[in-house]
Design a protein around this ligand. Sequence first.
Ligand code: PLP
Length: 380
Amino acid sequence: MDHSATTPTHPDVLDAMLPYFTRQFGNPSSLYSIGRQARRAVEGAREQVANALGAAPGEIFFCAGGTEADNWALKGAAHAHRGRGTHIITSSIEHHAVLHTCEYLEAQGFRVTYLPVDRYGLVDPDVVEEAICADTILISVMMANNEVGTIEPIGTIGEIANRHEILFHTDAVQAIGHVPIDVEKMHIDLLSLSAHKFYGPKGIGALFVRDGVEIERFIHGGGQEKGRRAGTENTPGIIGLGAAIERVCRDIEGNAARLRLLRDRLIDGVLREVPHSTLNGHPEQRLPGNVNISFQGINGEALLLLLDASGIYGSTGSACSSASGEPSHVLTAMGVAPLLAGASLRLSLGELTGEEDVEYVLATLPGIVERLRAMAPQSV
Ligand code: PLP
């Protein structure tokens, strides 16, 4: 129930990777045969990633995951275009990989506008357009939110950015395999993705950089990734990323339809069975596997522990912020009171989730919430 935090590497993906750890271990830059084989495999994976996005292979740059792709996109674009301006627009519900990078850029002299969202977590494209100034060089809005699952109007925002000749980056880490993506139609210049969110290995991702878009190199060293991201390629990871993205994009609509049924059964069941519970995020425009519900009068962390004891793995907020103890910046930006934000649960369904899992949660969760409320009855 926590697929948004991470997913297991699918056995077919692992099978595709394994030879590149052992027999085919060559360095893709080596000129002898096993090096050339590794190079061919890396380029094949680049094509698989490009196909999934409607991009050209030359526009895909491998890196170490979503966080690195976001850092690279923002710092790389900001520094390369500093001569044109220093203003960046983003939303207040981005992942910390974007938000903390923006804070870093502010310390470097850039000016950042953090756009508000409505109560469903939606960014209003008109508000994006109103925020544009003469010195705006970059807009970064995520494709789908990792906590509440809200899917943003990326095509419309991309069209606005394009019309104003401003670079447009989107963090699509949570969207891959769930939302059909076409970087052309959506006017995307930079896009981040990460394999471990779609049944690929951890520690590998990619940044799409539209042909002709200038961004500063991220890691200095050898000539790998056209000199933009140096370091010997993570060949097994790259092969895994390619295999995973091809696999997960084969039937986006079929998978989404299955998950939506499970998701809606879970949401309806919890809201019906648990009094004083509210759904966070957009009722329809949300990731097919995302459930995020606040339960008045409980502590989210205590809920997680009791769920864990019953074999249910969920999260409060994002996996990355669970440890901080701060109420979710996403929920508070949506206008949820801090106490209620701290009483929220994210369950994210995926390939490991079946009907019986949803039934088990529905049979277990209401009793746990009731127990927690009984411990602090004054709070409801
Ligand atoms: N962006 C979003 C929206 C995410 O959900 C995550 C991971 O949770 C990341 C970025 C970071 O990706 P990675 O774990 O590959 O660094």
